[in-house]
Design a protein around this ligand. Sequence first.
Ligand code: NAP
Ligand code: 8YV
Length: 328
Amino acid sequence: MPNSSLRTSTPGTVLQVSALLPALEDALSEHFHTVRLTELPDPADYLRDHGKDVVAAVTSARVGVSDAVMDALPRLGAIVHFGVGYETTDVIRARARGIDVSNTPDVLTDCVADLAVGALIDVMRRMSAADRYVRAGNWGTTPFPLASRMSGKRVGILGLGRIGRAVAQRLDGFGAQVAYCTRSPVPGVDYRHLPTAEALAEACDALVVTVAGGHGTKGLVSAAVLDALGPEGYLVNVARGSVVDEPALVAAIEAERIAGAALDVFADEPNVPRGLLESDRVVLLPHIASATHETRAAMGDLALRNVRRFMTEGILLTPVPEASPTTH
Ligand code: NAP
Ligand code: 8YV
């Protein structure tokens, strides 16, 4: 991790709230007085006795900082997320206390979009299923079923932010007809805007979910949206498991009311419902959309630069927007 001269001017402890990239953990420990909460024998004891020493908290997008931990840190001034999502932290509560919050936007966009398009091709062309078929020794015995063409299809993107736009750019190269749904149309974008997730699903052959997580998008991909997608339609989710009504998805897969799904995220990770595990028409990925050497290093570097900026200048480098999209 490239950081030669980190100098601390904000006295106080950096609290590492969750496990992080090892290189980021090492850099934090090397340059700041860092305490790893999850490695302590009794985290509650630490928070009670030393919570007043903590000035910055670093956490993963998946874990965030709970209200209880935030409340135990009276001098906390910054929450730094490793990851772009931050719905796991109550940003409004933090801001009300004067705590600033950062994430790691942009640096992971390409890899997440690459994986979304790869997952779409996988589920439509049945690549993972074909791999299982070959490994099972079925080649030459039973014919492998025909799949669906991806090029030229109508693809709906739910959430046309940084990642959604990168997915759309890639799909342009496949001659796809892209449409999207956001709460308001994105200025300067030529793709067709549809006002609801249901209208988007109705109008496409595949729905790719790239919206922010949090209360505002919980269950946005409902049973009605899956029905609108229909028996020839495919779902790809690289956003958050909470965005999809998972029991409704299991029911739709089991009843073949949609053609297939490719999922990188789940409602209760790492638990995956049996109905998805047992379906050959579902591609299952363990939340790996940003998990490349290059992107994780860039995320770690950006998170570290946020901590450094806060500890030296009292401000964050990439603060989350004032009006956070869907959090709390
Ligand atoms: P972003 O630039 O903030 O984009 C979020 C998009 O969601 C915006 O277009 C926003 O548009 C839209 N949106 C929010 N609420 C909506 C609603 N109710 N209906 C329709 N659209 C809505 O964020 P990003 O950088 O693209 O990242 C998107 C998300 O991807 C992250 O928040 C994270 O949860 C997820 N992610 C997952 C992985 C992974 O490993 N699988 C990795 C990185 C990110 P409007 O505000 O105009 O509605
Ligand atoms: C990571 C993510 O898996 O950035 C996000 O929002 O979900 C992913 O990039 C996560 O940040 C690791 O905690």
